[in-house]
Design a protein around this ligand. Structure first.
Ligand code: UTP
Length: 293
């Protein structure tokens, strides 16, 4: 079984739900407390053994490429000022030379199309897809948990999490055939089902380990829901040929793709900060007290 070495991070979306912030700044670069959202996602993948990152970018996304590059002037200034701790922190977050590729999705035709744009860089091997507007707090990381399932089961693996039954209509949910602890063999996926028709309340989190044959399906795939080329449709087609397992991972996700979700992610990471968490909690309590008058 080939190991999963490469991760595709689609970052070419327009981020319309977070406008106007995303007019000039990529959504993935918005800070979640003290670092951009994308940093959390890259860290999650690195600890899962990913050694090459394929960013699918679009117009106005050059800040992402710059962020993972060296910043010589900044580093020199920090060195001159003796700020070695900050320098070391920056160093730790750099990607090694040659460990990243940037491919361009010229028009935001959908997540499936964005993943397909990475096909030449990924080649003929299994790969991970991580949606960078979803941050997952988990130990071991969500992708690391999935990699363990992949090592046992092979095929394709996706992460899922339970959502309230009243909210299943907002998500893609899975139809599990059999269950062994947290791992399920999947029968199907359903996009935004009605509550009474939902096969489960397990929603797809935005983390996938996929076989390269997904690219053949994406190449043939027409536009689906919302006029976009959907990854879910290609996965449903691949499911007719290969096994798909779902992992109900141990952890918690934060969807930063809309304003309320972004606030929740920011506040949760502020509260969890070792140095400043207690002060952040005080600030939030003060703000709520003021709000209540
Ligand atoms: P989303 O639908 O959450 O992102 O796609 P979006 O399109 O940027 O958001 P809104 O709806 O306009 O607010 C999930 C991920 O897929 C990427 C996005 O960048 C995001 O990380 N994506 C989506 C692409 O790279 N290309 C696309 O054509 C669509």
């Amino acid at each position: 079984m080939k190991p999963v070495r490469k991760a595709v991070l689609p970052v070419a979306g327009l981020g319309t739900r977070v406008l106007p912030a995303t007019k000039a700044i990529p959504k993935e670069m918005l800070p979640v407390f003290d670092r951009p959202a994308i940093q959390y996602v890259v860290d999650e993948a690195r600890v899962a053994g990913i050694t090459h990152f394929v960013f699918v970018t679009g117009r106005n996304k050059s800040a992402i490429e710059d962020y993972f590059d060296r910043a010589y002037e900044l580093e020199d200034t920090l060195r001159m000022k003796g700020k070695t701790d900050v320098l070391q922190a920056l160093e730790a977050e750099l990607l090694p030379p040659g460990a990243s590729s940037f491919v361009r999705q010229q028009a935001p035709l959908g997540l499936g199309h964005a993943v397909w744009c990475a096909r030449d860089v990924v080649g003929d091997e299994p790969f991970a897809v991580l949606l960078p507007d979803v941050i997952v707090r988990a130990a071991p990381s969500c992708l690391a948990q999935m990699a363990q399932v992949y090592a046992r089961e092979g095929g394709n693996v996706i992460a899922v999490e339970p959502v309230p039954e009243s909210e299943v209509h907002k998500y893609g949910v899975i139809d599990p055939e059999t269950r062994d602890g947290r791992v399920m063999k999947m029968r199907a996926m359903v996009e935004k089902p009605k509550r009474e028709a939902a096969p489960s309340n397990l929603s797809i989190t935005g983390r996938y380990i996929l076989q390269p044959q997904i690219f053949d399906h994406l190449a043939r795939q027409g536009a689906g829901a919302g006029g976009e080329i959907q990854l879910t449709d290609a996965m449903a087609a691949l499911m007719q040929e290969q096994s798909f397992h779902a992992l109900e991972y141990d952890g918690r996700s934060f969807d930063c793709g809309d304003k309320a979700g972004y606030l929740r992610a920011f506040a949760a990471h502020a509260l969890a900060d070792v140095e400043l968490g207690a002060r952040c909690a005080e600030i939030l309590r003060e703000l709520l007290a003021e709000e209540r008058g």
